[in-house]
Each structure stands twice: as structure tokens, then as C-alpha cells.
Write a protein that binds this ligand. Structure first.
Ligand code: GLU
Length: 311
């Protein structure tokens, strides 16, 4: 095994996976295995209200069914984000010591959303928030009110560049383009951006392959990892599957793994995914292993892939 290459699956158990999730997992597997790398399966069950045991069980079963294996990870609890709170806590204290975080008392909804990865089109820039600039008396009044704040990370006001392995150069000034972001919700739950960065860093991940909807989060994650003294992985984003009106949702029943597994074989599904993303020229049943010799990011489409929900 080439231990210089470490990839990961990092699904969230907030629903059954759909074809778009499976495409991202297949590409993560191919990217890593075609280089002889090690693959980690991390369970991103940060949000206690949205993570369900049935989905946790289904994620592992669905990946195995599709023919995607991994070397370390779930069900070992060390790889479940819900069990890694102490690690995040320690990093959070370090950021506090470095005066990089501040309490935010703004709207509840935004604080609650932060445990999940951002969805396309979701408003992230909370430009109305004044919490970074409160006068001492205002802050004291909020502190004594007993209401618990969320915690935001101060963003750098400079350009961060990332060379994505598939989409090329991404340039973002986090302070201007996304604003300070929540790393801990008011209820104590750590946010997606903090957990994913810390985990990728501490697990020694060198290759992150995931849906293009997270491209916008990448400069922040790279910056956070480097600020914590780590080396950021190489990011390769994958095109999304859409129904023509936006990214597929886990609620879209007919493309959920539960339905797909009843209707087709794993090899038929891998063959369809390979055709859809550009790896194959025709739809022929095939195993992930058989796709390795012909795998190359150059073949993968860049534009999103429109798929009718009854396909
Ligand atoms: N857990 C996230 C999701 O399922 C993906 C995180 C990542 O790949 O960075 O949306």
C-alpha cells in the first residue's frame, strides 16, 4: 500500500445516500485506489438531531454493496465525529487562546445549521452580525442574560488560493466572500467546518474527493488546517448530479440507494455512474476494480450532470 496517499469517505448519516453521493464515493475510491492509497471511512455524525442509526448502518452496507472497501474507519468509534468532541474541544481552546474566536448571539437558525455541510445557494455571509464589534458593555449585558452564544472564527482578510485537482484555481478572500463563520453552535455542537478540517488534518488525509458543492468551503478549510500547523490535503471536487433544478436531495426517493439496490445490480449501477461522469463511453455493467486502469480526472465531466428522477 502507498501510505503517502490517504483518501477518505466522509458521508453524513442524515438520510440514505442517493446516486450523487454514490458517484462522489466511487470517485473518492478510484482516486485513492488507482494510486494504491489507504482509504479511511469517517462517519460525519456531528449533528445529534439529524444523524440516525438506520442511516449509519445503511452507509456502510451501501458502500460494501457497491464494491467500495476501506482500510480504516467506521465502525471504529475513533472515526465517528460524535465521539471526537474532546479533540475538537482542545482545538477550540487553542483558537480561544489565540483570540481567533468570539461569541455570537445572532439568530438561532444559522447557528443550528452550522453542523451540516453548507448546501448550494445557502446564504453563508452573515453580514448583519455585529458580534465581533460589540462594546464591552453590550457584551457584558448579553453575557449576563444567560443566553448561550455560538462561537465564530475570525476570517483572514486576504486571498487564499487552492489548486483544485479537477476545477483548477479557486481564489477566495474569506473575510470578504464568506465572512466569519460558526465553529461551535450555541448548544455546544461543533460545526462542520471545524470538524472536517481537524479530522482531515489529524487523520493524515492527503486527498479529499467530494461533491463540487463544497468547493466554496475549501479555502477556509485549507486556511484553518495550515493555521493549526497542518498540511492541507489536495482537493479534487466532483460534478454534482442534479434533477435539472438543483443538487439531488437525500429525500429524492427514486434515486436513493434503498430503491436502486432493489432495482439493479451493483455492477449495473457502477456502469451507469461511469457513463454519466465520463469514465465510460457506453453503459456496461462493471466493477469499481475494473474501472481502475482507465481512471483519470481528465475524463471526468466538469459540468453538473442532469438526470431525470425516474432513471
Ligand atoms: N459530510 C459531508 C456531507 O456528507 C461531506 C464532508 C466533506 O466531504 O468534506 O455533505
Amino acid at each position: 500500500m502507498n501510505t503517502n496517499v490517504v483518501g477518505r469517505f466522509a458521508p453524513s448519516p442524515s438520510g440514505y445516500m442517493h446516486m450523487g453521493n454514490l458517484l462522489a464515493m466511487l470517485l473518492a475510491w478510484l482516486d485513492c485506489r488507482s494510486q494504491g492509497g489507504k482509504l479511511i471511512f469517517r462517519m460525519e455524525d456531528l449533528d445529534p438531531a439529524r444523524s440516525k442509526q438506520v442511516y449509519i448502518d445503511a452507509l456502510g452496507e451501501d458502500l460494501r454493496w457497491l464494491g467500495l472497501d476501506w482500510d480504516e474507519g467506521w465502525p471504529d468509534p475513533v472515526y465517528a465525529q460524535s465521539k471526537r468532541t474532546e479533540i475538537y474541544e482542545e482545538i477550540f481552546r487553542e483558537l480561544q487562546r489565540r483570540d481567533l474566536v468570539y461569541p455570537c448571539w445572532c439568530s438561532r437558525a444559522e447557528r443550528l445549521a452550522a453542523a451540516s455541510a453548507p448546501h448550494p445557494g445557502e446564504k453563508e455571509h452573515d453580514s448583519g452580525c455585529r458580534c465581533a464589534h460589540l462594546r464591552a458593555s453590550e457584551r457584558l449585558a448579553l453575557e449576563v442574560s444567560g443566553r448561550k452564544p455560538a462561537w465564530k472564527l475570525r476570517c483572514p482578510d486576504r486571498e487564499i488560493t487552492v489548486l483544485d485537482g479537477h476545477y483548477g484555481l479557486v481564489v477566495q478572500n474569506p473575510a470578504r466572500d464568506v465572512g466569519d463563520f460558526i465553529i461551535r453552535r450555541a448548544d455546544g455542537v461543533f460545526a462542520y467546518q471545524l470538524a472536517v478540517s481537524v479530522d482531515d488534518m489529524q487523520m493524515g488525509v492527503t486527498r479529499v474527493v467530494r461533491g463540487r458543492d463544497l468547493l466554496n468551503s475549501t479555502p477556509r478549510q485549507k486556511w484553518l488546517i495550515e493555521m493549526l500547523g497542518g498540511t492541507a490535503p489536495t482537493y479534487c471536487h466532483a460534478p454534482l448530479l442534479t434533477d435539472g433544478s438543483g443538487k439531488l436531495s437525500k429525500r429524492l426517493g427514486s434515486l436513493s440507494t434503498q430503491v436502486l439496490r432493489r432495482e439493479m445490480t451493483a455492477e449495473a449501477l457502477v456502469g451507469r455512474l461511469a457513463l454519466l461522469c465520463g469514465l465510460a463511453e457506453s453503459e456496461v455493467p462493471i466493477s469499481p476494480q475494473e474501472l481502475i486502469p482507465g481512471f483519470s480526472w481528465e475524463k471526468i465531466k466538469k459540468e453538473d450532470i442532469v438526470i431525470a428522477p425516474d432513471v
